[in-house]
Design a protein around this ligand. Structure first.
Ligand code: MRU
Length: 361
């Protein structure tokens, strides 16, 4: 996708020496990139959410292994890099998926070949993510076309999304936003309700930034506004991304997703979840087993923004001494999900539905 007219991915290698990423902690106030030169840089970028979003976390971890192999391609170094990267964030399963894929690709090869193989495999993971997201977009577009066909001529299709499951959370295109970009490009009159997504504001800071960059009409709303909009008939459907889908179809996503799914169910608003197959945890039976990241309470007690003079500042928003809690994700049970949009097509949110698209898993 483009920033100021220039095409970007969220992550790109420089030869076989370093990797550059867009610093998402600075958006939308400043566009800055960060160079990752070793495995610790990659781990720090994931932990500090310089890069974030399940597919991008996976791609960064893959490049993290490549950076490690550049310095030391022994089995011990591979294990160390794997473990360092795996402990960065607990909920998005794409991290484990990418690390396993890298280790499987390298383990049985001689040490002197591992560095080159690792760079090639990481690039493959990144390139595949772009194609997978493009396919998700194409399958999701059909859902948006059908929904638009039910509207009166000239009426706008209103889609609600939560957090950022756009190109910034992936390598390109995005998961939940890919169908929206394609619908917009196809001339469907579309408007997106963007949940601000407290506490880190991925909606207000990232989703709105990227939709605006593509020209897609959108409106940022407080996280609690979606329910009212649904009761008023102002939301035609919801599409969100996910960080882990368990074998039975339960969905972990950014905190607040579950409440949107409940409101959608109560108002007969379709609630779709877009995901690459790398987000399916076939080994985990149900959503209540998913590890939920507990994040710093500072994210709840403070907010960061730009002053009229252009300085970015962080301010306290609570009375001194108040305590806070900050679970980063919640789990939406499969029964509240209308369907999944994957790179292989759409299916019902259930084990049967997932197996119909991925029979060999
Ligand atoms: O904590 P984050 O910003 O990494 O969480 C990401 C999300 O929850 C995304 O919204 C998402 O749906 C999965 S990534 C496309």
């Amino acid at each position: 996708m483009k920033i100021n007219g220039k095409p970007y991915r969220t992550i790109w290698p420089h030869g076989e020496t370093s990797v550059e990423v867009i610093d998402q902690t600075k958006l939308p106030h400043e566009f800055r990139t960060v160079m990752l030169r070793n495995v610790d840089d990659a781990a720090r970028a994931i932990r500090q959410m310089i890069v974030r979003g399940a597919p991008l976390i996976g791609a960064t971890a893959a490049y993290g292994i490549a950076l490690a192999m550049r310095e030391d391609a022994s089995d011990e170094a591979l294990d160390r890099a794997h473990d360092t990267l795996l402990e960065t964030r607990p909920t998005a399963v794409n991290l484990r998926w990418a690390l396993k894929r890298m280790c499987d690709a390298l383990r049985n090869h001689p040490r002197d070949q591992r560095a080159s193989l690792a760079w090639a495999e990481a690039a493959k993971i990144a390139d595949e993510d772009v194609e997978v997201c493009r396919s998700i977009g194409e399958h999701g577009l059909k859902i948006l076309q059908e929904a638009a066909a039910k509207k009166k001529p000239g009426e706008t299709l209103n889609v609600l999304t939560h957090c950022n499951a756009g190109w910034l959370g992936c390598v390109d295109w995005g998961t939940a936003l890919a169908p929206i970009y394609m619908a917009y490009d196809a001339g469907i009159p579309i408007h997106v309700w963007v949940d601000e997504t407290r506490p880190r504001n991925q909606g207000a800071s990232l989703t709105a930034f990227e939709l605006g960059g593509h020209g897609v009409p959108h409106t940022i709303i407080a996280d609690n506004a979606g329910g009212l909009l649904m009761t008023r008939g102002q939301v035609d459907l919801c599409i969100v991304g996910t960080d882990r889908v368990t074998a039975n179809g339960d969905v972990a996503n950014k905190i607040g997703t579950y409440l949107k799914a409940l409101a959608a169910k109560d108002n007969n608003v379709p609630f779709h979840v877009a995901l690459p197959s790398s987000t399916i945890d076939w080994q985990m039976a149900k959503g209540s087993d998913i590890p939920i990241e507990e994040r710093s309470v500072d994210e709840v007690l403070k907010m960061t923004g730009r002053t009229p003079t252009g300085t970015v500042v962080t301010v306290d928003i609570a009375a001194p001494g108040s305590s806070a809690a900050n679970p980063g994700f919640d789990v939406t049970p499969a029964r509240l999900v209308t369907g999944f949009i994957t790179e292989r097509g759409t299916c019902e949110a259930s084990e049967k539905g997932l197996k119909s698209l991925f029979p060999s898993e």
